[in-house]
Design a protein around this ligand. Structure first.
Ligand SMILES: Cc1ncc(C[n+]2csc(CCOP(=O)(O)OP(=O)(O)O)c2C)c(N)n1
Ligand code: SF4
Ligand SMILES: [Mg+2]
Length: 248
């Protein structure tokens, strides 16, 4: 029989704890495929955040580091500086990055650190029960915003991919999504490009990924994929925000 798809070899046999329809599982699979395809299993380290993805350290048979509360960019900085030949992946959610650890990602970008950041934007604190994040949309309900986010008390959604693009130390910034097969393929392409640029020794490479949280959004997996297109994309438009390799 002809093999048309193989489970990535870097995966352990662990069953994930993600809810049905969660985007983290898709993104984790893309990472595993790229680790296999690009040969990072022996030479790579993934820095995981707090949040629903924090248990992902059980899913990969390679070097991993659990980083507390928004500090993954600081840990990644230490790892990359200690051995610049390593592939270093900094994985963060929106509560972790934009709320708890905003200073860490900003300073990593200011310094132009040479690792890759995957920023999983699901517009909510998933793990802790659907609280409002800095990325929550205006009018979006959260357990800490039962009437919906209001700009006069809670400010505006933060557009990280655009913000990163303004920083001289950031070499590449793109926003993708994982809510359809076509978008998943584009997301993998962006991740691969960021990983390649990192291995060429370029500055910070940043990929924001719009991701579904059906549980935190109190909706079904299918409706969650539609919500990404209808509600998130107008506020968080997809596309390349900065690519210094095109400008060179
Ligand atoms: C200092 C501190 N603040 C808050 C928490 C609780 N906490 C753990 S995960 C999490 C939410 C993470 O949300 P996000 O980064 O968006 O990840 P998601 O689960 O949505 O992927 C919070 C608030 C904590 N453990 N410690
Ligand atoms: S709460 Fe949301 S982010 Fe967390 S596993 Fe469930 S769907 Fe995924
Ligand atoms: Mg989140």
């Amino acid at each position: 029989m002809k093999t048309i798809y193989k489970r990535p070899e870097v995966f352990t046999d662990a069953i994930t704890t993600y809810c049905g329809g969660c985007g983290h599982g898709i993104i984790n699979k893309l990472i595993a495929e790229l680790v296999d395809e690009m040969g990072f299993r022996k030479n790579g380290i993934i820095c995981w955040p707090i949040g629903c993805s924090c248990l992902a350290d059980a899913y990969y048979d390679m070097d991993l580091m659990m980083c507390l509360h928004g500090r993954a960019p600081a840990v990644s900085t230490g790892m990359k500086r200690a051995d610049p030949s390593k592939f270093i992946l900094c994985y963060q959610g929106d509560g972790d990055m934009v709320s708890e650890g905003m200073a860490e990602i900003m300073h990593a970008a200011i310094r132009g650190e040479k690792f890759t950041v995957l920023f999983v934007n699901n517009a909510i604190y998933g793990m802790t029960g659907g609280q409002m994040a800095p990325t929550t949309l205006i009018g979006q309900k959260a357990t800490t915003a039962p009437y919906g986010r209001m700009e006069d008390t809670s400010g505006y959604p933060v557009q990280m991919a655009e913000l990163m693009a303004t920083m001289p130390g950031v070499y590449y910034s793109e926003r993708v999504a994982v809510n359809s097969p076509q978008n998943i393929m584009k997301a993998k392409k962006a991740m691969k490009k960021a990983f390649e640029l990192q291995m060429e020794g370029k500055g910070l490479t940043f990929v924001e990924i719009l991701s579904m949280c059906p549980t935190g959004w109190s909706t079904s997996p299918v409706k969650a994929t539609e919500w990404v297109t209808e509600k998130m994309m107008p506020v968080y438009p997809l596309g390349v925000k900065k690519d210094m390799s095109e400008e060179a």
